[in-house]
Design a protein around this ligand. Structure first.
Ligand SMILES: C[S@@+](CC[C@H](N)C(=O)[O-])C[C@H]1O[C@@H](n2cnc3c(N)ncnc32)[C@H](O)[C@@H]1O
Length: 218
């Protein structure tokens, strides 16, 4: 009986947090302030969202041209760049110059040679049409002002059969549920491929249709 009450309490807590988070995101509709970005690489996050587990769910492969939208401090960036070798490269785009600066410092420190960085918005990526094999957002989608515009932009820069990967993590106040992400992705023209993980931490992968030349959003 006690166990049932504990579970019910936890479920209620999750729903209260989700409701509160939606309200917070509406009242403060801006990206995670760079001053609190230490949270992104803190030990509780490393335990609850290990980079390796998330990346294993995404399906990156050597030789790919990948785009990371909203890399923050680069918690995933350097492991992704390694997985794209040999021959692949990673393009990182973040709207906050302080986040990109942090990644540039790390590039200089680690000597990574297959990462490009841009300060730009996800709604207007500094990339050509149909040039990328893979585009991913981790704990980013709920932070952007125009979520559907971002996915439409992802569609533009991906090659036909290119993969869009969205990962979410629940304590994030901008968390989006699997069904919200599925709805947004299909609205932008993507086909579902896989969803891995659980309610709290998951990765949803989608594909731009192979015959997508005929579908245009511009
Ligand atoms: C919560 S952090 C996540 C960082 C990283 N993906 C991670 O999971 O550790 C969200 C990041 O998305 C960036 N961001 C928010 N809105 C954006 C936009 N419209 N365009 C590009 N980046 C954006 C923020 O600046 C921030 O670095």
């Amino acid at each position: 009986m006690v166990v049932v009450w504990i579970i019910a309490g936890l479920v209620a807590l999750v729903f209260v947090w989700l409701a509160l988070a939606k309200l917070l995101a509406r009242v403060f509709p801006f990206p995670m302030p760079h001053r609190v970005s230490f949270i992104l690489e803190s030990w509780p996050r490393r335990i609850t969202m290990p980079a390796r587990t998330t990346l294993n769910r995404m399906g990156l492969a050597p030789g790919m041209v990948a785009v990371e939208v909203g890399p923050g401090t680069g918690y995933f960036t350097f492991e992704v760049a390694k997985r794209l070798k040999p021959g692949g490269r990673l393009v990182c785009v973040d709207v906050q110059p302080q986040m990109i600066e942090r990644i540039r410092e790390k590039i200089a420190h680690y000597g990574a040679d297959n990462i490009e960085t841009y300060v730009a918005s996800a709604e207007k990526l500094p990339l050509e049409d149909s040039g990328a094999d893979f585009l991913f957002l981790i704990s980013v989608l709920g932070e952007v002002k125009e979520e559907s515009a971002v996915l439409t932009e992802a569609y533009r820069v991906l090659k036909p059969a290119g993969v869009l990967s969205v990962s979410e993590f629940l304590p994030d106040p901008h968390y989006r549920t699997k069904s919200e992400v599925r709805r947004l992705a299909s609205g932008a023209g993507f086909e579902p491929v896989s969803v891995k993980g659980n309610f709290f931490v998951y990765t949803a992968n989608f594909r731009k249709p192979e015959n997508s030349e005929r579908i245009t959003h511009r």
